[in-house]
Design a binder for this molecule. Structure first.
Ligand SMILES: Cc1cc2nc3c(=O)[nH]c(=O)nc-3n(C[C@H](O)[C@H](O)[C@H](O)COP(=O)(O)OP(=O)(O)OC[C@H]3O[C@@H](n4cnc5c(N)ncnc54)[C@H](O)[C@@H]3O)c2cc1C
Length: 404
């Protein structure tokens, strides 16, 4: 089996195959020189998912706990403090920010101990069917060669070629491709060390800016970033680069405009997954399969889940079992694509009312699935007079939501 990509999805697949006793038959190739480095994500994730999916992080893989969320909308009256937290100081943290290289490095070490082979600095360029097997073209510093595999797990992220070449996925519309940019700056006390703040509205049209707590080399830092889609255009119809919005955000919040420990960025697919994510024995995982959350841009837990589901399908020699195993996640992401249409159709005042409603939610004690909060969120939205269908109709997004 060849796993393309040693990110969250690829590592989850490799270690799950190793845990099923198949390690010695797995080759993982990744173009990065080292797993998780340089980082490709802010790496915030609900603790529930790490526990539920079988990847509890070791302390060195946690950059920071997350205990509360603050939601800010441009034009908020001064003094607005919209905070969602577990409330009880003894409650477990809501989530964590991972140290990507340590988290993935640990998983890789476990898989390698069970016989999985890892080839870093190796690009997978193409894959084609040859009778009962697949030939995968690889390129490394020393040249090119091909390997033969009975399964290909494509976990090459958003721009993975293999899923596209084999017709499993297509290029995404501009509105569903967010560009993300992030800098990691010292936390000099300007932001609570265990809080995430999200900024919506004029700072990031059709997207949002964020501040996540982290630590770099043992020193408290903040991952300050922004994501806007390629569809955002100025009055002349010219696409506005995300960099421009980031500069504007940093002008409004100069406390985050500090020398960067590191920078990163990339495309965040905010489309929806198809119901079928494989062709033959080629499975499309994580961002390659468009499993990233259309509403929040978070894709780590779905990437891990798709790795686990892919390994189960391989172990059972049942490619169709992949979508069955991943069904709750595919369903949720398709539903969230509809909610994304509602959010994009809202006026700034409606976004404000929505955020007011969200912080009224009472979080359950203990670790909980964020999916389980949907019904309560909807109740609070309705109580504030928000009518999703009316918003979809008014903004001409109803057909998109229905098609999704
Ligand atoms: C700026 C930014 C911030 C984000 N923040 C969050 C967040 O806080 N929480 C969250 O849940 N999600 C976040 N996301 C989304 C999240 O990072 C992705 O959904 C997640 O990383 C998907 O995992 P993956 O394994 O599918 O893909 P990736 O993590 O992209 O991994 C793909 C791997 O494949 C390798 N690769 C790619 N092409 C090839 C090739 N041809 N040959 C060999 N190797 C290849 C890459 O080197 C990489 O290691 C963020 C994304 C961005 C861009």
């Amino acid at each position: 089996m060849v796993v393309v990509g040693a990110g969250y999805a690829g590592q989850a697949a490799a270690v799950s195959l190793a845990r099923a006793g198949r390690g010695s038959r797995v080759l993982v190739v990744d173009r990065r020189g080292r797993s998780g480095y340089p980082p490709s994500s802010t790496s915030g994730i609900a603790s529930y998912w790490l526990e539920q999916l079988g990847f509890p992080p070791t302390p060195d893989a946690v950059s920071s706990p997350i205990r509360s969320f603050r939601l800010v909308v441009s034009g908020d009256p001064p003094g607005t403090e919209r905070v969602l937290s577990a409330g009880n100081p003894l409650a477990p943290e809501l989530g964590v920010v991972l140290q990507e290289a340590n988290f993935l490095g640990r998983i890789e070490a476990e898989a390698a101990r069970a016989g999985v082979a890892f080839w870093h600095a190796t690009h997978a360029e193409d894959a084609r069917r040859k009778g009962d097997v697949y030939e995968v073209d690889l390129r490394e510093t020393h040249g090119r060669h091909a390997v033969t595999a009975s399964w290909v797990l494509d976990a090459g992220g958003y721009d993975s070629r293999i899923s596209r070449r084999l017709g499993i996925t297509r290029a995404l519309p501009d509105e569903d491709r967010h560009n993300g940019l992030e800098v990691s700056v010292p936390n000099t006390g300007q932001h609570p060390p265990d809080r995430v703040t999200l900024y919506l509205g004029d700072w990031a049209p059709s997207g949002y800016a964020w501040v996540f707590p982290s630590s770099e080399d043992g020193v408290a830092h903040l991952r300050v970033g922004i994501g806007t889609p390629l569809s955002v255009r100025d009055a002349r119809g010219v696409p506005v680069p995300v960099r421009k919005y980031f500069d504007g955000f940093l002008r409004d919040f100069p406390e985050f405009h500090l020398p960067a420990h590191h920078r990163m960025g990339g495309v965040i697919p905010t489309y929806r997954p198809d119901r079928k994510l494989h062709r033959g024995r080629v499975l499309s995982l994580g961002d390659a399969g468009r499993m990233c959350d259309p509403l929040t841009g978070g894709g780590i837990h779905q990437a891990l889940a798709s790795g686990v589901a892919a390994a189960l399908a391989v172990a059972a020699d049942d490619p169709d079992g992949y979508e069955r195993g991943l069904a709750p996640f595919i369903r949720e992401m398709r539903l969230r694509y509809r909610w994304k249409q509602v959010l994009l159709g809202m006026t700034t005042d409606e976004v404000r009312a929505t955020m007011d409603a969200l912080v009224e939610i009472r979080l359950p004690p203990g670790r909980f699935s964020p999916y389980a909060m949907r019904r309560e969120a909807l109740r609070h939205l309705r109580a504030r007079g928000l009518r999703p269908l009316r918003i979809l109709w008014r903004s001409n997004r109803l057909w998109k939501a229905v098609a999704g």
